[in-house]
Structure formats: C-alpha cells, structure tokens
Design a protein. Structure first.
Lengths: 102, 243
C-alpha cells in the first residue's frame, strides 16, 4: 500500500462520512459543513490519484481542477450560508421542513 | 434523538415518541451500513486502479514550451484548459450575485476598537498583498497562480472587514462591480480578441502567451480576492452613505 493510495482511501472515507452527516442532520449549517467535508474528500482523491504517474512530478491536470474547485467550493459555501441565513430569517428555524418518519 | 433541535416541539404521546426514536436509530444504522458498503466498494475500485498511470502529464510536458509558462499546473489552467477556467470565473461571479440578491450587507457588530487587532491588520494586510503579488508572479514557474494569490488577497480583505474597516460608498458602487467582473471580463476580451487576430478562441500565439497569461492572471487575482471578500461581507453593499 503506497502513500497515494492511502490518501485516496482517506478521501473516499471523508466523502462517505460527509454524506452520512448530510443525510442524518437536519440543521442547515451541519448540512453545509457536511457538503464541504464531502468536497474535501473528492479533492483529496483527485490529488492523490494524480501522483500515480510513476515519475516525480504528478499529473498537473487534476491539480489544476482541484485548485479551481477549492475556490469555487468556498464561494458556493458562502452562497449556501447566505441562503441558510435567509431561511432562518423567514421561518425562524435553521432547518428545512421535515416530514415525519413513517 | 433527544439532542436534536426542535425535537421537543413534537407533541406526540410518549410511546409514539420512543417508537419514532427507535425508527430513527434503525434508519441511521441501515444508512451507516449502506454507506459503509459503498465506501468499501469505492475503496476497492481505488486500490485496483492501474498504478503507473501517467494520465495527461506527457502531453502537458511536451507542449509546455509553447504554453508561455514553465509551471505545468498554470499551463493547464490558463492555456490548455483556459476555456474551463474562464467558465469557473463565471461561476465565481454568480456566487456574489446570488448573495447580493438575498439582502444587503449588515454590519453585524460595532467596529472593534481593539488596538491589537488594529495593529495586526495594519501589519498583516500589506504583507498579504505582497505575498499575493509574489504568488501571482511565481505562478509562471513554481507553485502559485491566480487562484492562490486571489485567496491570499481575500484573506487580507476578510481581516480588514473583521477589524472594522468597511468599504466606503466611493468603492461600493462602480469600482466594486468592475473589480468583480475584471477577471472574467479581461479573460473574455483576450479570448475574443485572439479570435479576431486570426486564431481560435483563447488560442495564444506562443510569443505572447506568457504576457497574456500574466495579464489574465492579474485581473483574475484581483477579482477572486474581491469576490471572496465581498462574499464574506454577506450581502450587497448599501448605496449612498451607509447607515
């Protein structure tokens, strides 16, 4: 097991950890954090898999995608936070309306 | 779960409550098992990928000479996949538009009159601007580039907003909007101008590629920094003298 594979597996684990939290938690801030954890997992997988070139230098294409992805993820998080604040201002609750569990 | 916010609002009788609780626990258990199976499957796929996989690193290295920069990541971002980066900057412009449409920026707290924070901001902000400029310049041949430099610039903006500095009405109007659109704007103008110069969209002629990339990156750095700092402000700036 080499280092790149270890990082990729940790990234996959982070993704599913975030997915679990996204489904389980009702609070919007927790959902936004969960999506961020999922995104970090995806970035980690991409960066780790880029190291499999067999040379010293990694594949630059996934790295370029990740660097733009990080900045776009930050701005999407800001938009999500603004929307969550608006939901709380309108309904008084920082949650989406929940159907009762059958 | 008793800790869930809003859980106490359900006025079900007690037996029903515990029933729902059990249901939720079962749901979480099943969900955890399902996700664990999926994670194991993904882990298996990741570990069975062919190990020496050069990907696109060879074509990138072969054409690096003509790209105008010697850092392969910058070459991919601003040259080979410039169209993709242009659209990313477009997405980055959409985020403040969405935030601005939701409300005005509220100055949540009184400006802190903390001499330590004030001193720190005065010390760090020029340093951060310098680092952003260095990252922008270094991006041509070393790790760095517009996105990293823009993020550092945004950190300076966030620090300023936190320490009570707020852009005056002179900056909140046209200058702010020009700053937000400078990155995608310069990128688009450069791309279309190259079309009229006889090439295809965003096809840099090799002798000018380095200069064009630096120009586009400088505009993108400024835009990214201002965009992220404006997002931190949390709404559109109020017109006129702010209240």
């Amino acid at each position: 097991m080499n280092t790149a594979l270890l990082y990729a597996l940790v990234g996959a684990g982070l993704f599913f950890l975030g997915l679990y939290a996204l489904i389980v938690h009702a609070h919007l801030l927790r959902k936004i954090l969960a999506i961020n954890v999922m995104g970090s997992g995806v970035f980690l997988v991409l960066v780790a898999l880029a190291a499999r070139t067999g040379e010293a230098a990694p594949d630059p294409v996934p790295h370029a995608m990740v660097i733009t992805g990080i900045v776009v993820a930050v701005s999407a998080t800001a938009l999500a936070l603004a929307l969550a604040l608006r939901v709380q201002a309108e309904t008084g609750r920082a949650e989406l309306p929940e159907e009762p569990l059958e | 779960m008793a800790r869930e916010p809003g859980g106490e609002k359900i006025v079900n009788p007690n037996p029903m409550m515990s029933n729902g609780n059990n249901c939720q626990r079962l749901f979480r258990l099943l969900l955890g098992l399902l996700l664990a199976v999926l994670a194991a499957g993904l882990g298996y796929v990741l570990s069975s990928l062919p190990s020496p996989a050069p990907g696109l690193s060879k074509p990138v290295a072969e054409h690096l000479e003509a790209s105008g920069v010697s850092n392969p990541v910058t070459a991919v971002l601003l040259n080979y996949r410039a169209y993709d980066t242009l659209l990313e900057l477009g997405v980055l412009l959409l985020a403040p538009l969405g935030v601005w449409s939701l409300g005005v920026a509220a100055r949540h707290r009184e400006p802190l009159v903390d001499p330590v924070l004030d001193m720190l901001a005065r010390l760090l902000v020029p340093m951060l601007i310098l680092v952003a400029g260095y990252l922008l310049w270094a991006g041509a041949h070393a790790p760095g580039g517009a996105f990293q430099a823009g993020s550092v610039l945004a950190a300076a903006g966030v620090l300023l907003l936190l320490s009570g500095w707020w852009p005056g009405p002179a900056f909140s109007g046209l200058p702010l909007r020009v700053s937000l659109t400078a990155g995608p704007g310069v990128f688009l103008v450069a791309g279309v101008a190259l079309m009229f110069a006889g090439g295809r969209m965003l096809e840099y002629p090799p002798p000018f590629a380095g200069a064009l990339i630096l120009l586009i990156e400088a505009a993108a750095t400024w835009s990214i920094g201002i965009t992220l700092a404006a997002l931190f402000a949390g709404g559109r700036p109020v017109a006129g003298p702010h209240r």
